[in-house]
Design a protein around this ligand. Structure first.
Ligand SMILES: *Cc1c(COP(=O)(O)O)cnc(C)c1O
Length: 400
């Protein structure tokens, strides 16, 4: 096997992310294929009994079984670690599997989590209803209130978990400030970097210890597969690997191959989608019947300055509130002809969802209110269509 970057490994940081996005992680086989190879195999054979024993005993590096490692998955892990600027990346079968794997690797009964209240719905459920069964408690704090993170610290606090921009109203968590609170408490900070991707935001460089990804979103970017990742220092990711190896929510090589190809166009897609989102957000601000627009790239966003310090662009998610509550919001959704009505995001096809009745329908009305999710709120994840077509699609429902 030969490495595609004909320099010493570890020289990654001297190369531009644009170069890493298309080249990092390629290890060519005996056939010298140009594109990344897809190794659809569950297991690997050994030259001898002695080699089998050495591989199983971790005395010799090499693949054994695809629940542990697979060359296509390894290529994706190397590329994503390079893009996030982390020591090691462990890929998982989904974004939720990444969050579970991190939790199982780093926490034990009696430990405590401080989490933002602006998290993905399933993350809230995992912390509040699943980990609680193993005596791991979570305190949820207002996403943007730095003092609240500090006030929630207990002697048993081991993990801080945030998402920024937060879902769905794009609150910005000050990563550097929360990282220093976590470190003072002897805990680690994990940032779910799904909304921005490394094309716009690199949490590790801002002081976070771990980055979580749902690769299902912008990393694949074309709505084809599920996947996830944990990126960070080896002291954390080696432990995540051990959990994965024993428990099994590993990424399939096929999905790894699809996501690898997605990474090659990540920056181009995310920048174009952010550009579209900014234009759509500006247009929404001028519409009758729209009472508020939430978009970090707008000067009217209460944390615009912080957002522009920690991320390169506003991202592709725009939320807005219509006058007239659920009825008016549903009218906008139902009048669309191009935009897909789905809770998913991170796709080149624009999607729309009414969070209060879908993605955030299962949390309590009090928790919904605390997270700013009103009945008139809509969330759009902007894709690559022409903005004029998206405007026409929304104008129909807004004009009723
Ligand atoms: C989708 C999503 C997840 C979960 O990822 P899956 O791949 O669906 O398991 C986690 N965090 C955020 C911010 C998400 O959008």
């Amino acid at each position: 096997m030969s490495n595609d970057i004909r320099e010493v490994p570890g020289a990654f940081s001297t190369l531009s992310p644009d170069t890493l996005a298309v080249r990092a992680g390629i290890e060519r086989s005996q056939f010298n294929e140009h594109a990344e190879a897809l190794y659809l195999t569950s297991s690997f054979v050994f030259d001898s009994a002695a080699q089998a024993a050495a591989r199983f005993g971790d005395k010799e590096e090499g693949n054994v079984y695809s629940r542990f490692t697979n060359p296509t998955v390894t290529a994706l892990q190397t590329r994503l670690a390079a893009l996030e600027g982390g020591e090691r990346c462990i890929a998982t079968s989904s974004g939720m599997a990444a969050i579970l794997a991190l939790s199982m690797a780093m926490l034990k009964a009696g430990d405590h989590i401080v989490a933002s209240n602006g998290l993905f719905g399933s993350t809230v459920q995992l912390f509040a209803n699943q980990l609680s069964k193993f005596a791991i408690e979570t305190t949820f704090v207002p996403a943007t209130d730095v003092a609240a993170y500090r006030a929630a610290v207990r002697p048993e606090t081991k993990l801080f978990f945030v998402e920024t921009p937060s879902n769905p109203i794009t609150g910005i968590v000050d990563i550097a400030a929360v990282a220093s609170i976590a470190h003072e408490a002897g805990a680690i900070l994990a940032v779910d970097n799904c909304f921005c991707s490394p094309a716009l935001q690199r949490p590790l460089a801002l002081g976070a210890d771990v980055v979580i990804h749902s690769a299902t979103k912008y990393l694949d970017g074309q709505g084809r597969v599920l996947g996830g990742a944990v990126v960070g220092p080896k002291v954390i990711t080696d432990e995540v690997f051990r959990f994965l190896r024993n428990a099994g929510p590993t990424l399939s090589p096929f999905n790894a191959w699809v996501i690898l190809k997605g990474l090659e166009t990540l920056r181009l897609r995310v920048e174009a989608q952010s550009e579209n989102a900014l234009r759509l957000a500006r247009w929404l601000e001028t519409r009758q019947g729209v009472s508020r627009v939430f978009y970090p790239g707008l000067p009217s966003h209460p944390q615009h300055d912080l957002a522009m310090r920690q991320q390169r662009l506003g991202g592709a998610v725009v939320s807005f509130e219509v006058e007239g509550g659920r009825e008016a919001a549903w009218r906008v959704v139902d009048a669309t002809r191009i935009i897909s009505i789905t809770g998913n995001l991170g796709d080149t096809k624009t999607t729309i969802t009414h969070p209060a009745s879908t993605t955030h329908g299962r949390i309590t009305p009090e928790a919904r209110a605390a997270a700013g999710i009103t009945e008139g709120l809509l969330r759009i994840a902007v894709g690559l269509e022409a903005v004029e077509d998206l405007q026409a699609d929304l104008a129909r429902g807004l004009e009723g």
